[in-house]
Design a protein around this ligand. Structure first.
Ligand code: ZN
Ligand code: ZN
Length: 555
């Protein structure tokens, strides 16, 4: 856990460093690319890459440069395994491109499209607007087919690069075997025209339908399908081909002229697929390839996420429990080389932190002088649509957590009214400004979802319509005397949270009750358990009249 920074720590030098190295390319159009294979629900960790790309783009645009982002859906990749919850038989579909597998939910044109769109549908809320490229469509385009031809013509060079990069830490025997196997190796596979497979076997024992011969003059391709045994020699343009993974990446960089692409540590490791791609860029495509931006992974609650095992926290889930800017903020304020451990149970605290930060940006609170530069950079980049001209007051998330649970007992209108009062009080304003109301209702919904999924026992409250009989019958004479005292305390027209809190102590003393017992009695009458939220504010949330009525029902 040592590499997890303290919450208030900010390490944002990476933003300038990355932008500077991208600027060195000095091109008329900057393109920052990202990509993902739609093998199932795409987890929120993958958004780190898109947010990095988006921030580079925004910074370049601010400097007057032309810049855009791209998201490549690798839906032409073959199925290796299915995540839990998929009922399609893996045996039948393994080895087929994701774009050729049906969507068993029936809402999209393919399995790949279904999972990619679940992810893409959240982009606008996170402030992301990349151009979307579908790999299965890309391979039908002339540019990509030309790139495939260039690779096939340069098979010898690519074999050398593969041996250099893949076999560099093999022992002598392994190396010899690998070099032998590379003598007949070609950098592309064929989607079998007979059975539709790109490879045979499932994870662990995969054999691709690799090209076995390529005739440069006639452009004829010979192949043997490992899945059905079909073999043929056909003109390149009459077949569906796919470049092998390490070569597919630089081919895409080349045809789009990608200036920069972030990559997770698995691909970015020294001598890994990214470095192989850069070498292919230089020696096969004759250009430098993109600026490599390695980044560490995102964990949820201390665990790595994996789509294949179904360990995923979806961006969609995040949006149902927290604001999108909070996620951008978490991604941006941490150095790229650090793992980010997102703890959903801390969302209310993290919201508080972000909103304190926001108030500093708008100069509503003191104490920002030393952090001014950091705030000016980080806040607008965290907001999905950049900083607004004016501040919109927010309902504190923790207040929303309690209030959202009182809706059944108080009714929606009362809850909204109290929340508006809370915003006015918190921000010392007389009217709720435009925009604040809709944010407030979204927050109530997110808070309700958050407490159901991630709240602890102390966050969860349940107010029954009536005080349970066992509570009513267990009250002692001094409990009742204390409760009667509380009714008197609550009679004035208005009483502040702190005044209520102090009155509980005083009334307890007057009734000969210990302070602890006094709180227990009140909590049991209000929420049928021995503990609950801070009483002063909670009683005002419920409303004094409601509480008086409640107490009187047991006296
Ligand atoms: Zn679907
Ligand atoms: Zn076949």
């Amino acid at each position: 856990m040592s590499n997890i920074p303290h919450e208030e720590e900010y390490s944002i030098h990476w933003i300038r460093q990355v932008v500077d190295s991208v600027l060195e390319r000095d091109v008329p159009n900057y393109l920052i690319s990202t990509g993902k294979s739609p093998s199932g629900s795409i987890h929120i960790g993958s958004l780190r890459e898109l947010i990095i790309a988006d921030v580079i783009k925004r910074q370049l645009q601010q400097l007057g440069k032309k810049a855009k982002t791209m998201f490549i859906v690798d839906d032409y990749d073959p199925v290796r395994s299915f995540p839990p919850g998929i009922s399609l038989p893996l045996k039948e579909w393994a080895g087929m491109p994701y774009s050729d597998v049906p969507d068993e939910f029936g809402c999209h044109e393919s399995f790949g499209s279904h999972w990619a769109n679940e992810f893409i549908d959240t982009f606008s809320e996170f402030g992301l607007a990349p151009e979307i490229v579908w790999t299965h469509e890309l391979y039908e385009k002339k540019e990509m087919q030309d790139a495939v031809r260039i690779c096939l013509e340069n098979t010898e060079v690519i074999r050398e690069i593969m041996i250099e990069f893949v076999a560099h830490d093999f022992d002598e025997e392994q190396k010899k075997q690998y070099i032998d196997s590379m003598k007949t190796w070609f950098p592309a596979s064929v989607v079998c025209p007979e059975c539709g497979h790109l490879q045979a076997g499932v994870k662990g024992e995969i054999v691709p339908n690799r090209i076995t011969r390529y005739n440069r003059d006639t452009e004829e391709v010979t192949f043997e399908c490992q899945a059905c045994g079909h073999t043929d020699t056909v003109s390149r343009s009459d077949l569906r081909l796919k470049l092998t993974w390490r070569i597919d990446w630089p081919a895409k960089w080349y045809i789009f002229k990608v200036t920069c692409e972030p990559a997770g540590k698995d691909h970015a490791v020294k001598g890994g697929s990214y470095d192989t791609g850069l070498e292919v860029s230089k020696r096969v495509f004759g250009w430098s390839g993109p600026v490599k931006v390695p980044y560490e992974w995102v964990q949820i609650g201390g665990h790595d996420m994996t789509t294949s095992k179904g360990v995923v926290f979806r961006p969609k889930t995040w949006l149902s429990v927290a604001p999108p800017q909070l996620y951008r903020f978490l991604m941006l304020k941490t150095d790229l080389q650090r793992t980010i451990n997102v703890r959903p149970e801390r969302i209310p605290d993290m919201c508080d932190e972000y909103e304190r930060f926001e108030r500093l940006y708008y100069r509503l609170d003191d104490g920002a002088d030393t952090k001014r530069e950091l705030i000016e950079l980080l806040y607008p980049l965290s907001e999905p649509n950049g900083a607004r001209a004016t501040y919109i007051p927010k309902l504190p998330f923790k207040y929303a957590v309690l209030m959202s649970q009182l809706q059944d007992i108080l009714g929606r209108e009362t809850v909204i009214e109290r929340c508006e009062d809370a915003i006015k009080k918190q921000h010392s304003i007389k009217r709720i400004p435009k925009g604040a109301q809709s944010l407030m209702t979204i927050r109530l919904e997110q808070a309700r979802n958050w407490v159901e999924q991630f709240g602890s026992a102390t966050d969860r409250i349940r107010v029954t319509p009536e005080v349970p009989i066992e509570v009513r019958t267990s009250l002692t004479a001094s409990d009742r005397s204390f409760l009667s005292g509380m009714v008197r305390v609550l009679s004035p027209l208005s009483i502040s949270d702190d005044e209520i809190q102090a009155a509980v102590f005083q009334t307890a003393r007057d009734s000969g009750l210990s302070e602890k017992q006094a709180f227990v009695v009140l909590y049991r009458v209000l929420v049928s358990q021995k503990y609950g939220p801070r009483l002063g504010s909670f009683i005002n949330m419920l409303g004094k009249d409601w509480v008086v009525h409640r107490i009187e029902s047991v006296l």
